[in-house]
Ligand binder design. Structure first.
Ligand code: ASP
Ligand code: MG
Length: 437
């Protein structure tokens, strides 16, 4: 059971987690994120330190510390556990204050970022202690590891985790940190922002769990973006393939990388709502449950590049040469469409754009469109669904489309549009594809 930032962000939410976990009959590992806002605050502290702005860093540390003091005062009632929690805060904030005095490094910034999950789990365990609930804390830094390419090492995660679990054979309730891990140099590292979902799915895979539950503040994956569109509904069931498309193309509820461990080890994933535990949520399994369109999602900050060349005509190896440029700069390509004389593709990482364009020069003329958005229509066997194309384009006729990708997978149709049309297109698709207004 993984609980996200908002699910641990207030003392009453932590109380709620205990009542949710207490209902479980099977042994349970609880994976916690940092309290909401903490990782952002730690990023900010790291940035200040990197810029040697010690005053700003100190202010941000003190502000965070005050927040945690208020939090524990409300979380805990017993003077003994409260004083224990204050010692935990003292230890971690002292660490941050020491960092202020030493010179900044990349490794140090990862240490700063790890404080959020270390704090949330320790404070949660103190609360469990106050409630007299038997449990064990499994330190993620002792089992969650990534290799030199930042890939989790599932084999060794499995071995180390089972060793740790074996030390607590009599226990049924375990707590661990999401997000944080150790890298190939043995340093503290992390699974990237939002990575607690990934931790949960890796852990579920490693222990062959019956289910991986992701508890957040919404009742499952919705058919459209609830931040943009007024009426949206939760999707009851998705296949791993569909969920991967939606997670990657913008549904913020689940970290996209968290799909593969669950899919590979056949662990069902449930997306559930801490604020509304009886809501059905979304079940993600191998089986899609039904045929047809299930949801649309949007991915922002996309850059489209068109490479036009008469030399592409009847040529072979042209695409390989172009792709090699992107590979060289480790820039993933999301969408691609081709005509006989041009190819358009999209990226979302602009860091090496200048270098990439320079190296594309010998292949033809390039055009770049910034501020684009990918709109993904996702479902099961949608290409087999009658009228899908008519319905899709019929509902967005007034909106110019820059690229269309259809047939790459049977589960996805993607459109590239200028970002300014995003709200309108999601709204119109909501009506046209789902009959929701
Ligand atoms: N606390 C981390 C973050 O905010 C990881 C997570 O919440 O999933 O990115
Ligand atoms: Mg998250």
């Amino acid at each position: 059971m993984k609980f996200g930032g908002t699910s641990v962000g207030k003392p009453e939410r932590m109380h709620q987690i205990v009542s949710l976990v207490s209902r479980e009959k099977e042994p349970t590992i609880v994976v916690l994120s940092a309290l909401s806002g903490t990782t952002n605050a730690l990023v900010e502290i790291g940035d200040h330190i990197a810029k040697s702005d010690r005053t700003a860093a100190k202010l941000a540390i003190d502000k965070l510390e005050a927040h945690y003091h208020a939090f524990v005062e409300e979380l805990l009632k017993n003077p003994a556990t409260l004083s224990k929690a204050k010692n935990i805060l003292a230890e971690h904030f002292e660490f941050l204050n020491i960092i202020l005095k030493i010179s900044f490094s990349e490794a140090l910034s990862k240490d700063i970022l790890a404080q959020g999950e270390l704090l949330s789990t320790k404070l949660f365990c103190t609360y469990l202690e106050e409630q007299g609930i038997e449990h064990a804390l499994l330190p993620a830094l002792e089992f969650m590891t990534i290799d030199a390419y930042d890939e989790p090492q599932i084999g060794s995660i499995k071995i180390r985790l089972s060793q740790l679990l074996n030390q607590h054979k009599e226990k049924k309730f375990f707590v661990t940190q999401g997000y944080i891990c150790r890298n190939s140099r043995g340093e503290v590292d992390n699974l990237k922002r939002g990575g607690s979902d990934y931790s949960a799915s890796l852990i579920a895979a490693a222990i062959n769990a019956t289910v991986c539950e992701i508890w957040t503040d919404i009742d499952g994956m919705h058919n459209n973006d609830p931040r943009v569109v007024k009426r949206t509904l939760p999707v009851e069931q998705l296949s791993f393939d569909e969920a991967a498309e939606l997670a990657y193309f913008g549904a913020k509820i689940l970290h996209p990388a968290s799909i593969w461990p669950a899919q590979t080890y056949k662990i069902p994933v449930k997306l559930l709502n801490t604020m509304q535990p009886s809501a059905k949520g979304t079940l993600i399994t191998q089986d899609a449950g039904s045929v047809g369109v299930k949801a649309v999602a949007a991915k922002d900050n996309i850059i489209a590049i068109r490479i036009k060349s008469s030399r592409m005509l009847l040529a072979y190896g042209f695409l390989r040469k172009i792709f090699e440029v992107f590979e060289k700069y480790r820039t993933p390509i999301d969408m691609i469409t081709t005509s006989e004389v041009a190819v358009s593709l999209t990226i979302d990482n602009p860091i090496f754009l200048k270098e990439i364009l320079k190296e594309l020069e010998p292949f033809g003329s390039t055009e770049v469109d910034h501020n684009q958005a990918i709109i993904s229509v996702v479902g099961n066997e949608i290409s087999q669904t009658t009228d899908i194309v008519k319905k899709l384009f019929g509902s967005i006729m007034n909106i110019p489309v820059r690229m269309v990708s259809y047939g790459g997978s049977p589960h996805n149709i993607s459109l590239l549009i200028a970002a300014e049309h995003k709200g309108r297109i999601l709204q119109q698709l909501n009506k046209g594809m789902f009959g929701l207004e």
